[in-house]
Design a protein. Structure first.
Lengths: 321, 756
């Protein structure tokens, strides 16, 4: 399992094929599962989001391993990982970085903030005020950061994994819909079941396994996999199917899935196809990603049920060929 | 997908014109159907008016008026608001009424206009045919524009209910006047229902699929009307073509026919004694005449007048004939020798018919007697030859008209036959003789469709008096000679020197021709011998079967010998007249007078045995005529039923189910592998549908395939689903893979795996 990074690098970088990309993804998933117990689906969704160039929002109660998941993924890819703890007094420059005066050269020089990394973990993102949250937004959407009128590109690949607590909602700033829309998927991990939890406890006795986690792929592998994902065939009937799903949510909720959401769903489906080793996406791929991609973008009136329920309804109602 | 018809969702009346313009740009098929319904309804009453114009007017003028009105309505509907349009319609109506009144003959117009209108209206609504109106052609022209305009205008403005009310009112009028038959009325009702139904579908923004329901309902209307008849007689059957029922006799169809005579098919003779007449000489006992020929029958136009004690005699020389009639069984007519000048001792009131006949205002009972004094024209052949053609206008107007639809060949053949005759009298004689010699007498006739005279002249070989007389009148009129159909009784059985017993079977039809200064002269183109033989045979049959009322005291012990028809009132034996020899088509084989060999002519027609001379109701038509031709109405109604059945089949999905059932077992290959794979997968889906576990809308091919197979998923189904995915989403499949898919489907269909 602990394939040497150099060989993986060589194989993947040479040829951005679906086979290679799928191999990379599966290797990473297996690797992460050494640390994270009983959350296979969440791991798959997260990897899919990374292949589909998306960002991830993890919402759950504290202590279920949100941070651990983000860290293991980052470690498996052997990429730069940084973590920002969002607090009410956090300033935008604490994320992006600041220009400081260099007394030796007599010039201002940019000292980059934590956002300059391949994987950025924004912990408890809803604790910071919107101004600070929006500092992350530009990086997510534009893959660049602007400080004092100067733009600095973030490293590539660049993935934001943000978490927020679903408890203690006082003294928090809910993410606005516009910001939520920029997260490709929203996941929740949930408590592990009894057997998994016992297994988990057994593993953490002594050294935490994450300390021993070896990288199994390089950033080059990830870039190649992303390229291969983008090449996955999406035929017209599938595009129409995704469109119909999105339209269905718009017709049945206050706020439905935006075109950006539909694009995200197609990318997710492509990534799913890669996981399955296929070079074309099928409705099953769309259905697998539909809930995590669409549910958090839907706003329904009180008493109408959740976004996830509407997505399930759409999957039942919208005809697939 | 329904964007072009988005205007159907409505808008306020204010933007009506704009809406209208948009609809023009994109044609909504449902709207077309609704308009077709209104057009069909218009067609029913316009077809009646067309027929009226054909018989009594000018068809081309009528068509010009009708089409012109439709065009004007179409233009006006786009430009003019409703109030103005209704004003226009009222104007049209007033103009029509004015034109009609202005052209009325003096004698009629003298009456108060309002009274005239009211009388006409009441008479029309109580079953008086429009064709009985003297100026029916003009009436049709005057009545056409207003309702046509309003109905079509409203239909184009989407006011289908209004359009149907107007069109339906016109059709109802013609149903009441009995000008529109059952089939036509049914057609009109179906068209009206279609217009309203489709119009409603259109208003609700429905598409063709919704309109199918309406089509099914229309078909049901026709079918139900066919099989369920409220009145258990033939009259309630809207598709009954057979004119003539079991009770048809020559008498009931002619002398008792009232104002109109419908020419029938096969017919019987009634042996009942009707009346005894004591007269100074034998004559035809005439009961009436008919002036308007419709192509399929005769109509007496104009209104009856009360009898004022004294009638004018014929214009030329005449001889007085005194007659006394004793009624033997109920009579609704008043037989009298032509031309009656005075009737005395009548037990009931009398009226004078247009054309000079007399009728009783009630029923004459057995034992009633009345006396008639007649002036019988005695003009010689020479007088008639030299009478000239200086006909009065009223005679020409009334007695030379033929339906516009009469084929030209009638006139052409008549002209050929009468080529050697240079005056109306000789023409009449030649035609009379030609018909006597070239057509056989028979009571068993397949009534032809279309123009009777044309058929009798060109297609038929035999017929009875009505056919002979009708044809002769038509031939004469085609040459511009005024002529009319007269009906009544032949002299009957002579029981004493001056006494005759007349039976129902003596009823007859003949021809009267007008000669200036001489009046109406009788001609009889029916060969007398065969007719009398048929009558004699019928009397004998009736006597043998013990029928009552056949004989009076005088006739009981005598053998029946009909009085030979008195030679038509004019001397004919003179050799100077055009004789048969001059007629190129004359054949000498036809029996001439006394009917010794008449039996051979008629035996075939009368049948060797059986109480009825002819099988009634045209029963023979199926044997020799082959498949009967449907009428136009029947064809259209049949098409309505067909369309409804097609819509019903389509709607119920029976057609597509049958198709899929077939496609399940046999899949034709195409050049396109993707199509082949899709069809193969369809077969699997249909299998699931039949197994009661159809593929759900949101179910992907994979999920669906996983359900196929009893113990664990069926690998073939999974493979087929994969191929389907590849064909559909994966950029296509190769021909071998298509073959594989078809074979997989074949195997699955053969095995019928369990599908949960």
């Amino acid at each position: 399992m602990s394939e040497s990074p150099s060989t993986a690098d060589a194989a993947a970088a040479a040829e951005p094929t679906v086979e290679a990309a799928g191999e990379t993804a599966r290797t990473v998933i297996d690797n992460v599962e050494q640390v994270i117990v009983g959350n296979h689906e969440a791991i798959e969704h997260l990897v899919c989001a990374m292949l589909g160039r998306g960002h991830v929002l993890l919402e759950d109660v504290p202590g279920v391993g949100k941070t651990m998941l983000a860290r293991s993924i980052a470690r498996s890819f052997e990429c730069e990982f940084k973590r920002v703890q969002f607090t009410p007094d956090l300033l935008p420059t604490d994320i992006t970085g600041v220009n400081v005066y260099n007394q030796q050269t007599g010039e201002f020089e940019f000292r980059s903030g934590p956002v300059f990394a391949n994987v950025v973990l924004g912990d408890e993102i809803n604790r910071a005020p919107p101004k600070t949250q929006s500092a992350l937004l530009e990086a997510m959407e534009e893959e660049q950061v602007t400080v004092d009128g100067e733009s600095y590109p973030v490293p590539s690949p660049f993935t934001v994994v943000a978490t927020q607590n679903s408890v203690e909602r006082d003294r928090t700033y809910d993410l606005p819909a516009a910001e939520l829309d920029r997260f490709m998927v929203q996941l929740s991990l949930g408590y592990p079941d009894e057997a998994d939890e016992a297994d988990l406890l057994g593993r953490v006795v002594g050294d935490h396994p994450i300390e021993e986690l070896d990288p199994v792929a390089t950033t080059a592998d990830l870039r190649a996999a992303r390229e291969a994902t983008g090449e996955v065939t999406v035929e017209a009937p599938l595009r129409e199917y995704v469109t119909r799903l999105a339209r269905y949510t718009r017709e049945h909720a206050q706020l439905g899935v935006s075109p950006r959401g539909a694009i995200a769903l197609l990318r997710g489906a492509q990534a799913r196809a890669v996981l399955d080793g296929r070079d074309y996406a099928i409705p099953d791929d769309v259905q697998a990603e539909a809930e995590v991609v669409m549910a958090h973008r839907i706003r329904r009136s009180a008493g109408e049920g959740t976004g996830a329920e509407l997505v399930a309804e759409a999957l039942d109602a919208v005809a697939v060929e | 997908m329904s964007a072009p018809t988005a205007d159907a969702t409505g808008g306020t009346a204010a933007d009506g014109d704009r809406r209208f313009g948009r609809v023009r740009a994109s044609v909504d098929p449902v709207r077309l159907l609704a308009l077709a319904g209104v057009a069909g309804l218009l067609g029913t009453f316009l077809s009646v008016l067309y027929r009226v114009s054909d018989v009594a007017g000018d068809v081309s003028t009528f068509l010009l008026v009708a089409v012109g009105t439709l065009v004007v309505a179409t233009v006006v509907a786009r430009l003019v608001p409703e109030r103005v349009a209704f004003g226009l319609a009222a104007l049209l109506l007033a103009a029509g009424a004015y034109v009609y009144l202005a052209q009325l003959p003096r004698s009629v117009a003298a009456e108060e206009t309002l009274v005239l209108f009211l009388n006409d209206g009441i008479e029309l609504l109580t079953g008086l045919s429009v064709l009985r109106i003297v100026n029916a052609g003009l009436w049709a022209l005057a009545a056409t524009p207003a309702p046509t305009f309003v109905a079509w205008y409203l239909a184009l403005r989407r006011r289908y209910v209004g359009a149907v009310i107007v069109g339906g009112a016109m059709l109802t009028l013609f149903v009441l006047t009995s000008d529109a038959g059952g089939a036509l009325a049914l057609l009109g009702v179906v068209a009206a229902a279609g217009a309203i139904g489709f119009g409603d579908v259109e208003r609700r923004g429905g598409d063709l699929a919704t309109a199918e329901t309406v089509a099914v309902v229309l078909a049901a209307m026709v079918t139900v009307a066919l099989f369920i008849s409220v009145v258990p007689t033939g009259g309630a059957d809207p598709l009954d073509v057979g004119i003539g029922t079991d009770e048809s006799t020559v008498e009931s169809s002619l002398t008792n026919a009232g104002d109109s005579v419908e020419i029938l098919g096969s017919i019987r003779l009634s042996p009942k004694a009707r009346f005894t007449v004591t007269s100074t000489e034998a004559s035809y006992w005439r009961v009436g005449s008919y002036d308007r020929y419709t192509g399929s029958g005769w109509i007496r136009t104009g209104a009856d007048r009360p009898y004022d004690e004294q009638l004018r005699g014929p214009a030329g020389e005449s001889r007085t004939v005194q007659q006394r009639y004793t009624v033997e069984s109920e009579l609704t007519v008043l037989p009298a020798a032509w031309k009656a000048t005075a009737v005395s001792e009548s037990p009931v009131g009398l009226f004078e018919q247009p054309g000079g006949g007399l009728g009783p205002d009630g029923e004459l009972q057995p034992g009633d007697t009345y006396a008639v004094e007649s002036e019988r024209p005695v003009a010689s052949a020479q007088d008639l030859r030299t009478a000239g053609t200086d006909y009065p206008d009223r005679i020409v107007d009334r007695y030379t008209g033929l339906p516009d639809s009469t084929p030209d060949r009638v006139g052409e053949r008549t002209a050929r036959i009468t080529a050697n005759a240079d005056n109306p009298y000789d023409r009449a004689r030649v035609i009379e003789r030609w018909l006597e010699n070239n057509r056989e007498y028979s009571l068993e006739v397949d009534r032809p469709r279309g123009n009777i005279a044309d058929a009798f002249l060109f297609e038929m070989e035999r017929g009875y008096c009505t056919y002979y007389a009708t044809t002769m009148v038509t031939m004469l009129r085609s040459q511009g000679v005024p002529a009319r159909l007269a009906v009544g009784y032949t002299p009957g059985q002579q029981v004493e020197d001056d006494s005759w017993v007349v039976r129902g079977l003596d009823s007859h039809a003949w021809v009267e021709v007008y000669f200036p200064d001489q009046g109406w002269i009788r001609f009889d183109p029916t060969p007398a011998g065969p007719r009398e033989a048929a009558e004699r045979q019928r009397v004998q049959q009736a006597r043998q079967s013990g029928g009552t009322g056949v004989d009076t005291d005088e006739t009981r012990n005598r053998t029946f010998t009909a009085t030979p028809s008195p030679t038509p009132t004019t001397p004919t034996a003179d050799g100077s007249g055009p004789n048969a020899g001059t007629t190129p088509t004359a054949t000498p084989t036809t029996p001439a007078g006394n009917g010794t060999d008449a039996g051979t002519v008629t035996s075939g027609a009368l049948g060797p045995n059986g109480p009825d001379i002819a099988s009634p109701g045209g029963g023979g038509s199926d044997e020799d005529g082959g498949i009967p031709q449907p009428t136009r109405e029947q064809t259209v109604l049949g098409l309505v039923v067909l369309a409804g059945v097609a819509a019903g089949v389509h709607r119920s999905g029976a057609g597509s189910r049958l198709y899929r059932e077939f496609r399940l077992r046999y899949q034709p290959r195409t050049d396109d592998p993707a199509v082949d794979v899709a069809r193969a997968f369809d077969r699997l889906e249909f299998l699931a549908e039949k197994a009661g576990a159809p593929r759900r809308p949101g179910e992907t091919a994979r999920e669906f395939a996983a359900r196929v197979g009893g113990d664990g998923p069926d690998e073939r189904a999974r493979r087929l689903a994969t191929l389907h995915e590849r064909a559909r989403y994966g950029g296509g499949v190769a021909a071998e893979e298509a073959t594989e898919a078809v074979e997989l489907a074949d195997g699955l269909v053969a095995d019928r795996p369990r599908i949960d």
